[in-house]
Design a protein. Structure first.
Length: 129
């Protein structure tokens, strides 16, 4: 089985050497996704809006690889301020309330850009729903 590696077109994918999503067989892994649009962080200071943008990016990457949110079995949410857990968690619930993947939310010292508040990774298995 060969892996399919898809990028989002972001310039740093070639610099760092990663794919937005890698799919192999019935599994897919989405790289850390933030609220970055056209190379700029959007919604500075708004963790809920950044989470919504990041999860929309996850959804798009999955769709590009032939998967859906319902196939997600695991998410990892990195936040720069754990006191925002409920705000971020509620947005996660908007996307995954019926799916209920295994998840973790972890505070990190910083993300790659100081304006980033949230980064989300996802693992999917086709037909897991």
């Amino acid at each position: 089985m060969s892996a399919v590696r898809l990028g989002s077109g972001a310039p740093w994918e070639t610099v760092v050497g990663y794919s937005r999503v890698v799919a192999a067989g019935d599994s897919a892994w989405v790289s850390g996704t933030t609220a970055t649009v056209d190379g700029a962080v959007v919604h500075p200071g708004d963790a809920a809006a950044q989470t919504r943008v990041a999860l929309t990016g996850v959804q798009r990457a999955l769709a590009d690889a032939g998967f859906a949110l319902g196939d997600v079995v695991r998410t990892r949410v990195y936040v720069t301020d754990i006191s925002e857990w409920e705000t971020v968690g509620r947005v996660h619930g908007e996307f995954f309330g019926d799916v209920r993947p295994a998840t973790s939310m972890v505070q990190v010292a910083a993300l790659i850009d100081p304006a980033m508040l949230v980064e989300v990774e996802a693992d999917a298995v086709r037909g897991a729903a």
